[in-house]
Design a protein around this ligand. Structure first.
Ligand code: B12
Ligand code: SF4
Length: 499
């Protein structure tokens, strides 16, 4: 009987979250195959731990979850070493990075199969087929290479989440105490990470979800979510919930039902949603959400430019005016809107790119005037290969190219690219990138994020008064004094590390 070793590469420097990607795939084979798990977030040397585990000779599969960014570092180095040292072990990658970048992954020569999107049904089928040397072509949701051709099998619809097997939380707890995953965050002292839906009904042209789920969304029932949360809370602890869905709030009915169910437990909760969706919610739903513990919601505000919004937000109805009004509306309900902006999109001329950046900076300041509690997250635009989208075609026409070799993704420049901090895009000059980053530094100084729980009131006061003149006079250049303080105080940026 062969065994599977799952690996979750390190994704954050602190506060490990419940590894939902691994739990969900492990649930699909839990009663069929033996498996073990190594979490790079909880091991000082995961490479040694993995090699030692594989040395026993019982394992035939190494199954790794990969999202863009720092996870790639351990994923690439360790997978390559396994391939060299244990050539009989099949290496399977799943998650957003291999699903979107399958060519570079399969061309590496050391990854055998990519799981494209949800792994629940295909993973057990894949293990069975590989074990018995059966053809893979009849298995949906996978990509592999045969005779130098990429074989991309058809996609399944999103599964009914209420019918999928329960997560093996107890087994996880026997490997790593589950308590270790319940981090202290802005939301609570023991924060549960939960993922309650797949996909998204929209098709924003910059988004890595679109190529995988093609504007489909399916959510677990409110009762199902509630039961899982209660199971975790009663067995392992938890007083807050961080919903990891791409778009938690698609169904107002589900949100309202969940709010009603969870309200008696006084758990603070947070999720990601769309402004144009939640703006349609009834006042009573918003009130019930806040009453039940929904303290903050993350929104892709993206930009204050209606023309760009249209270009980005195909199928959506979001406008600059609505972004402003909605910030004011949420203030009435005491829900903090966490608005994320994407600056530095391509335009016909360099002047136009700079103009867009300046306009967005003004717009962000306007939002802060309307609702000073609004949290602002700034990303520099990093293209995602959404083949055929208007925006991606525009990007390609500027000569932009993704790395051609898997190892290149872990070079420092591409790592920063993944973190949407250094775009490597030909239309953005150093001056533009500096302007965005310097504004971000000053903004974070004048309005430090509430989600950094280590930042004491005194530190907040000091950094706010230090950045006050800069912020008011629009003087963002060379904010070295603020950068230094943020470095010394290890200012936590929620866009990179989460809460
Ligand atoms: C949690 C999370 C984080 C956490 C990681 C915490 C941790 N666990 O250690 C933090 C906050 C650190 C983070 C950071 C980033 N993240 Co992140 N993150 C997520 C988030 C919200 C949830 C992931 C999750 O648990 N999903 C739940 C599971 C059940 O779903 P799943 O992963 O899709 O798994 C299914 C399939 O993909 C597949 N599968 C997944 N893994 C595997 C493995 C195997 C072997 C198999 C067979 C199948 C398989 O099967 C699963 C079950 O069907 C996702 C959004 C999302 N909704 O998934 C974004 C997401 C993955 N992140 C994303 C990004 C871009 C980042 C950043 C790079 C962004 C940034 N600018 O800072 C950073 C840097 C990453 C890093 N530090 O490594 C993007 C990726 C998009 C893309 N272009 O590919 C996503 C999709 C968010 C988004 N909407 O844009 N992230
Ligand atoms: S609403 Fe969010 S998750 Fe949905 S397509 Fe747009 S950016 Fe992606």
């Amino acid at each position: 009987m062969s065994k599977i070793l799952f690996f979750n590469p390190r994704s954050a420097n602190s506060k490990p979250r419940i590894p939902n990607s691994i739990l969900q795939v492990a649930a699909s084979i839990n009663n069929m195959y033996e498996w073990d798990f190594v979490d790079g977030n909880l091991e000082t040397n995961p490479q040694n731990k993995i090699l030692e585990t594989l040395n026993c000779g019982d394992y035939n599969f190494f199954a790794c979850s990969v999202m863009p960014g720092p996870q790639l570092k351990q994923a690439i180095v360790i997978s390559k070493q396994i391939h060299d040292q244990f050539p009989q072990i099949k290496i399977i990658w799943g998650g957003y990075f291999p699903s979107n970048q399958y060519k570079v992954v399969l061309d590496s020569g050391f990854i055998d199969v990519v799981v494209n999107g949800m792994g629940d049904k295909c993973f057990p089928e894949l293990i069975h087929a590989l074990q018995n040397k059966l053809p893979l072509t009849s298995i949906n949701n996978i990509i592999f290479k045969e005779n130098n051709q990429y074989i991309k099998t058809p996609k399944n619809e999103i599964f009914d989440l209420d019918k999928l097997p329960a997560f093996p939380y107890d087994k996880l707890n026997s490997i790593y105490p589950l308590k270790k995953y319940l981090g202290k965050t802005y939301l609570g002292t023991e924060t549960i990470a939960y993922h309650s839906s797949f996909g998204c009904p929209f098709t924003c042209s910059f988004c890595g979800i679109v190529p995988i789920y093609n504007a489909r969304w399916k959510g677990k029932s409110a009762q199902g979510i509630y039961d899982d949360i209660l199971y975790l809370k009663n067995n392992f602890g938890g007083n807050a919930i961080e919903f990891h869905d791409n778009n938690f709030f698609v169904s107002e009915r589900r949100t309202a039902e969940f709010s009603k169910l969870i309200s008696k437990h006084k758990m603070i909760w947070w999720g990601e949603g769309r402004i144009d969706t939640i703006d349609k919610y009834k006042d009573e739903t918003l009130a019930a959400m806040r009453e039940s513990g929904c303290k903050m919601i993350f929104f892709g505000a993206e930009t204050g430019n209606d023309e760009i919004l249209k270009q980005m937000d195909k199928g959506g109805t979001q406008t600059a005016e609505q972004i402003e009004k909605f910030a004011a509306r949420l203030k009435k309900f005491d829900i903090i809107p966490e608005y994320s902006f994407v600056l530095g999109l391509p335009a016909e001329t360099s002047q136009k790119v700079m103009q867009q950046i300046d306009n967005d900076i003004d717009f962000i300041k306007r939002i802060k005037r309307i609702n000073p509690t609004a949290e602002i997250i700034i990303y520099v635009y990093s293209p995602v290969p959404t083949e055929g989208s208007e925006l991606f075609e525009k990007v390609k026409s500027t000569g932009f190219n993704f790395p051609q070799k898997l190892e290149d993704w872990i070079s420092p420049e591409w790592e920063s690219f993944d973190l949407r901090k250094n775009p490597l895009t030909p239309w953005l000059t150093a001056e533009m990138v500096d302007k965005i980053k310097n504004f971000e530094t000053v903004l974070n100084g004048y309005y430090p994020t509430v989600s950094d729980i280590r930042l004491t009131p005194l530190r907040r006061k000091i950094i706010r008064s230090l950045s006050s003149l800069r912020y008011k006079l629009n003087w963002y250049r060379f904010p070295y004094e603020l950068k230094l303080l943020q470095k010394i105080w290890k200012y936590r940026q929620p866009e990179i590390q989460g809460f």
